[in-house]
Design a protein around this ligand. Structure first.
Ligand code: IPE
Ligand code: IPE
Ligand code: MG
Length: 249
């Protein structure tokens, strides 16, 4: 039986978040420049978007560039920005055709004007699409967004818009860049690293974590489906006991 046949589509994670890692190592192992790995990585992005939409995932978040990645060598940063521009130019039509809405989370003010323009065009032209929402984390860091949420909430308290006692988990979540989007239930990281790297720290509180040694350019549809299957085999207890879960069903 294929992975697809084994997946129970009535129990899919609504939101899957991915840390697409390992492009540089993939290229270096082939004696190529790291940037070559980023180019190959775009093909994996396409495969995973297709797999997620085909199986029926509602929200897919892809970590494309972290705040910390700005500190990489200038040539790599500018190659990544160029790749973002060309990918947005080449792929927007296919997003529309597949009815996929694009959004972005992150400190987009730091992006150059061309990247910002391509992004806003792609966001605008897909804003009626409703099969799946694709969220690109770009110039993103979770601590940055948590601080921003604190500033917004503090400002609202100062201006008398909200009462300090109304600050709760829901209000805090709404002030994050992912406000209104359900928390990811599954987080996949490729490349063998087992860390979060400043990604969705608040939102991943109860996500199932899935790590694979595959480097991102090697990651395919089957790998994505395998991760979904692994998610479905786990018991999500949210602090309860197994017995309580059985009793509640
Ligand atoms: C992930 O691959 C892509 C980005 C962070 C932009 P890396 O570039 O981190 O590749 P490795 O981890 O060095 O192999
Ligand atoms: C995380 O990968 C960021 C992205 C995939 C965009 P990194 O390669 O930057 O993370 P670290 O440095 O291994 O933690
Ligand atoms: Mg890396």
């Amino acid at each position: 039986m294929t992975y697809r046949d084994q997946i129970d589509i009535s129990r899919l994670p609504r939101h899957v978040a991915v840390i697409m890692d390992g492009n540089g190592r993939w290229a270096r192992r082939r004696g190529k420049e790291r940037v070559f790995g980023h180019h190959q990585g775009v093909k994996a992005v396409r495969r995973v978007i297709e797999a997620a939409a085909e199986v029926g995932i509602n929200y897919l978040t892809l970590y494309a560039f972290s705040t910390e990645n700005w500190n990489r060598p200038d040539e790599e940063v500018s190659a990544l920005m160029d790749l973002m521009v060309s990918t947005l130019s080449n792929e927007t039509d296919s997003l529309i055709k597949n009815n996929i809405r694009l959004t972005v989370i992150g400190d987009t003010e730091r992006l150059n004007p061309l990247v910002r323009k391509k992004l806003s065009d792609a966001i605008e032209s897909t804003n009626k699409c409703n099969r799946m929402t694709l969220i690109i984390a770009l110039s993103y860091s979770s601590r940055w967004e948590i601080i921003n949420a604190c500033k917004k909430i503090a400002g609202d308290v100062r201006d008398g818009k909200i009462d300090i006692d109304s600050i709760n988990e829901e209000l805090f979540s709404l002030n994050l860049t992912t406000g209104g989007i359900p928390d990811p239930e599954l987080m996949i990281r490729t490349s063998g690293e087992k860390r979060i790297s400043n990604y969705l720290l608040w939102q991943l509180a109860y996500a199932e974590l899935y790590f694979t040694d595959k480097l991102w350019p090697d990651f395919g549809k089957e790998d994505f489906l395998k991760a979904i299957l692994s998610f479905q085999k786990r018991e999500r207890r949210f602090g309860l006991t197994s017995e309580q879960l059985v009793d509640n069903n």
